[in-house]
Design a protein around this ligand. Structure first.
Ligand SMILES: [Zn+2]
Length: 52
């Protein structure tokens, strides 16, 4: 009898949008979202990133 069961309970995706453009990130955790957001800022909005 195969009782291997996967139940994904943590489907709490964090959304973080960009205040400068339409970009948005969906991440599995808030720190991950912030990290991706900062990467986006640094790459696309260097001026905004310097002020963040
Ligand atoms: Zn942006």
């Amino acid at each position: 009898m195969n009782s291997a069961t996967y139940i994904e309970q943590d489907e709490q995706w964090v959304e973080h949008g960009c205040s400068e453009c339409e970009w948005a990130i969906f991440a599995e955790s808030f720190p991950e979202a912030i990290s991706a957001y900062h990467s986006h800022l640094r790459e696309h909005h260097p001026d905004a990133w310097l002020q963040a």
